[in-house]
Each structure stands twice: as C-alpha cells, then as structure tokens.
Design a protein around this ligand. Structure first.
Ligand SMILES: [Zn+2]
Length: 356
C-alpha cells in the first residue's frame, strides 16, 4: 500500500466489496454514454441523464431521486450492448477504486429484449470477458455474481432464481461465477414475518445440494426488523447480513449474530444519506458492532451510482468518524476475507494480497 507520510492512500488499500447492487452501481456518466448511443440511433426519447441528474449532485431527496435513477436504468439497460457497457464500466470503476474482489448482486429481470435468464447470461459473459481482458485469473479484480430475490416476488419467481443459479453453476467454469443468493427489495413489503414465504427457496440455498452463499438484507428498516422476520432470516443460515440497523433493541438477535460470527455488510454513506440511521456518521451502528466480539465487518457501497461515495471513501469516512488508525483500517479491510462466497482459492488469493 502506498503511503505519503502518515497519510493513507485509501484507493491503494486493497479492498473487498460484498454489498453492491449492479444497477445501483452504474455511474451517471455511463448512463449518459448509453443514452447517447441510443439517442443517436433514435432509440430513446429520454432526456440526457447528465442534465437531469448532474454528476456530483447527491443531495436529492431519495424518495424522488431513486425512482428517477431507476427509470433511467430500466429504460436504458434493456439490450445486450447496453448491459455489457454498464457491467464493464462498473468493473472498471471498482478496479480504479482499488477493489480486488467484488460480489455484485442483481435481480434477474426480463428487459423487453431479453429474458431474465438471458439477462444474467449476458452479465456473466461480460464479467468473464472483462476479466479475460485483464489476464483471466491474473486479473487485479475478481468479480462474482449474487442473484437477488426481491421481497415482492412470489414463491414461483424465487424458485426460478434458485433453479437458475443451480443450472448455471452446473454448466461450467464461466457460470461458476454465480456464488450466492440475496433477499432484497422494499423493506415494507411482506412485514411481520411474511418473508417466510421464501423459506422453501432461501432456506434451501445454503444447504446441500445447492451449497450457495446466502446473504439477506437484515433489519434494514423498522418494518423489516420484527422478531418474526429476524427469526425466519436467521433460520435460513445466511453467512452474511446486510445493513443490520434495527436490532439495537433486540438483544436476542444481537447475541445470535455475535455467537454465529456472521459477517455484517455495513453501508455508511447509503444509510446516512438515505436517513436510515440517526446521528449522522458518528451515530452509525458501525460504532456499536466494532465493539462486539464475534461478527466480522465488511464495508460496502450499496449503490455508488446513487450515493456517489466509492468504497475508498467509505474507509476514509470510517477512519475519520471512528478514529481508526492505519493498522485498524488494514485489519478492517481484511475482516471480510473469510466471509466471501468465492471459495477457498479466492480467499487464499486475498490473503496473499492483503496480508502484506
Ligand atoms: Zn443493498
């Protein structure tokens, strides 16, 4: 890692990103480029995304901005060329930010031009082509894919996502890039334990014969922090939990999380900017969890295209607001190694890179 005096180079710090939604990670610059090509081909009537959402402007009310951003994503990322462009740019940007291992997540979706399965296959192919360009196994960034089940899905859709993951993984090397499943989506959907609907799928994902990694958005909002829901989610044996905000009053859940040594994917800028936590960065529950024995912590960006804070900046914010010194920051970056879903060889690669 490069150092200038005592100053730390957070970009040069090798980093692991485990909580990044693919479409939320697309930059406005990339959306503009895709829009421009479509505009010139007469394929879109949308306004220039860089005019509607100027770069560097992140102080929108999220209730208005997120639907705007999403409408550009869903209207522009419809064909193979645009999706390839988006994935390639996202990988370029994580690499430029010093990320050495990345698990992107996405909800399989039909786009009008592509079926949900074709969409995922385009992603995998684009990720493989990107890595090949950088030397295959020698690429400085290795990227994997997590398929998300949305809380608004029905059981049949969730089943089809697990089946797709299993089918892809049985096909060979390139498709082995699918390493896990996720539960995401509007936290107010299926409250009070209604997510138990997905138990036949997500309760089976981490077990034989699937053996997939499982991560879930956990107590992201008060509506998704009920005891019934947390019991259900923990019953699925996830290896990682995203956000973990609304458990401050739930000692039983906190004790269980610590006892299992789960990995917590904490997204500071997202939580603070979206008003999901109180008390700004200093009040973020990173401060609580770093004092608890057991859990491993992993910083994530969630939707860097929306919040504009790359992973290097998340480490800088943590150092600044929680007074972590250089050694503590390096130790924090290493905590996620054993919680990746990419397998033993990948963990060893990360130890070789990060334990220096
Ligand atoms: Zn998320």
């Amino acid at each position: 890692m490069r150092a200038q005096g005592n100053a730390m180079d957070y970009v040069a710090l090798p980093k692991i990103e485990l909580h990044a939604h693919l479409t939320g990670s697309v930059s406005r610059r990339t959306l503009h480029e895709i829009w421009l090509r479509k505009k010139e081909a007469g394929e879109t009537d949308l306004e220039d995304p860089l005019v509607v959402m100027p770069e560097g402007k992140h102080d929108y009310n999220l209730k208005t901005f997120f639907p705007l951003f999403s409408s550009y994503i869903y209207n522009l990322l419809t064909d193979e060329e645009s999706i390839r462009h988006a994935v390639t740019s996202v990988l370029d940007e994580f690499l430029a930010d010093g990320v050495v291992y990345l698990e992107l997540r996405t909800t399989p979706r039909a786009t009008g031009c592509l079926s949900a399965e074709a969409y995922v296959r385009v992603l995998l192919d684009a990720m493989g082509a990107w890595e090949s360009h950088y030397g295959g196994d020698d690429a400085p960034l290795h990227a994997r894919l997590i398929l998300s089940v949305d809380r608004r899905h029905d059981l049949a859709t969730a089943e089809s996502i697990l089946a797709l993951a299993a089918r892809l993984r049985s096909e060979g090397h390139q498709q082995q890039r699918v390493v896990g499943l996720d539960l995401c989506g509007d936290p107010t959907a299926r409250p009070d334990g209604g997510v138990a609907l997905f138990t036949p799928v997500l309760g089976a994902a981490a077990r034989d014969p699937h053996g997939l990694g499982l991560t879930v958005h956990f107590a992201e909002a008060e509506a998704s922090g009920s005891r019934a829901e947390l019991d259900t989610l923990l019953g699925w044996r996830p290896g990682r939990l995203g956000h973990v905000i609304w458990v401050r009053e739930d000692e039983e859940a906190r004790r269980e999380i610590a006892r299992r040594g789960l990995c917590l994917e904490l997204c500071l800028s997202c939580n603070v900017q979206a008003g999901m936590v109180r008390g700004g960065f200093e009040g973020h529950h990173f401060g609580y969890w770093r004092g608890v024995d057991g859990p491993r912590l992993s910083l994530g960006t969630d939707d860097v295209g929306v919040f504009g804070s790359p992973l290097s900046n998340e480490y800088r914010l943590v150092a600044q607001h929680f007074k972590l010194d250089r050694d503590q920051i390096c130790a924090l970056a290493q905590q996620a190694i054993d919680s990746i879903f990419g397998g033993e060889a990948e963990k060893q690669r990360l130890r070789d890179i990060m334990w220096t």
